[in-house]
Design a protein around this ligand. Sequence first.
Ligand code: KIV
Ligand code: NA
Length: 264
Amino acid sequence: PRRVRTLTLQDFKEQGRKFSMLTSYDALTAAIFDDAGVDVLLVGDSAGNVVLGYEATASISHEAMQLFTGAVARSVTRPLVIADLAFGTYEVSEQQAVASGIDLVRAGAHAVKLEGGVRSASRIRALVDAGIAVCGHIGFTPQSVNQLGGNRVQGRGDEAAERLLADARAVQKAGAFAVVLEMVPAALAERVSAELTIPTIGIGAGAGCDGQVLVWQDMAGLSGFSGRFVKQYAQLRETLGAAAGQYADEVRAGTFPDADHAFD
Ligand code: KIV
Ligand code: NA
């Protein structure tokens, strides 16, 4: 199968073909999602929460992002691999953003993602000028959760909607190839998707976006997180818990290993 590239996503939008993105942070899931036909893999800083156990997504390090990015990039043939710029790796200056972006590309990322619209436009432009493909991320932006006053829908009301539209336009104008819309009212996300020429990728932003993204552990029922915008397509927490419980029971009972699982 042909590799998905940023221009492929542009073609998908023009053809009205919706595309899928899942997070991935390791070699096994990356290969599984590639085989499953997922179009884009996001090495998200959500790894800080679902892999590393931090409460805040902002706690993950740039080094950790490079490590996870390499694991995913080495394990896929078709999907586009986007890596998040960690909190603190692009805010200080355009130079800092470009240096950090280069590290992620060297680690294997095909593109990088950073949060913020108008406020991040100069960083997006600097990365694009350095030859790096950039995905924007507006609406609810987890790295600035404390500034936003918690996990909440963004763009409700006329003024907030205008601000979100301005962010979307700024991201596109700065040269991004796509933009994530997180926790945005469906009607507003549909309007943004119709106005922008670049693809929108929604999470909690309704069906009007050009693509959709979920954190894989949420999608597969492993994290146990079931916010309104999450659909659980499996119950991995139950399945894995039952397997581990049975293994522990059998070891305790002395029934594992049996002769079939031992060497003569
Ligand atoms: O880090 C992440 O998982 C993300 C997606 C939820 C868009 O940024
Ligand atoms: Na993220």
